[in-house]
Design a binder for this molecule. Sequence first.
Ligand code: IPE
Ligand code: IPE
Ligand code: MG
Length: 249
Amino acid sequence: MSDNPALIPQHIAVVMDGNGRWAKKRLLPRVAGHKAGVDSTRSLVESCANYGVKALTIFAFSSENWNRPEKEVKGIMSLFVTTLASEVEKLHKKNVCVVFIGDRSRFSESLQYAIETAEQLTCNNTGLILNIAANYGGRWDVVQACKKVIEKNRSGELSIEEVTEDVLSNEICLNGLPEPDLFIRTGGERRISNFLIWQLAYTELYFTDVLWPDFDKKTLSHALDWYQTRQRRFGKTSEQVVNNANTAG
Ligand code: IPE
Ligand code: IPE
Ligand code: MG
């Protein structure tokens, strides 16, 4: 793998899937899989910071995950609280800027407080931007953006004719960041599961059967190797892309 900064994705989005199956294989409760997954997440954050990735967006809990058994949801919620308590100071020391995306209003007061504290403590950090998608859904994201645009229209700030893709993009979560270059999903499923549906429009999609608690630096480097073999055309022809690269170089 080349560590030429031009070939390292600026933004990586990850669906950390497979915790439940990892636990089941070991006859452990599902929550044990989620706990083991925290170690993989810590290592992912560290590697991304070392590679000089600008932003990492991880799917921690989807808006659909509330439909899981109550015991598992409770276990995940308390894991969020304990993980934030144990990790945020370390992330701060590593200059990581922590941001949460998703509808946090459904979380307990203590979790909302922990989220705000993490964001406030790290908001001036200039290293890796770590976006944690929690109670996040891509469709929810598009709807909340539409609501903001409609408000601007109602207040006379914006006419319908002025609504463009850029205007909507400005209200979608993660605006201001480059769109994800690389999407990684572990756990073997080949789907988006209502993650960043707007933002992934031109992202390179990488799937691996590795279960999230088994994800390590080697798995990440395989994903980066694969990414470096992709030619990103954004609708153009292969020849155009090659010619552009030659003139730019
Ligand atoms: C992903 O792992 C973590 C969350 C959804 C919170 P899963 O819990 O979905 O693991 P599998 O897919 O059941 O193995
Ligand atoms: C997506 O995984 C959500 C997270 C990893 C947080 P799921 O396991 O919930 O996805 P589906 O239900 O299999 O599509
Ligand atoms: Mg799953």
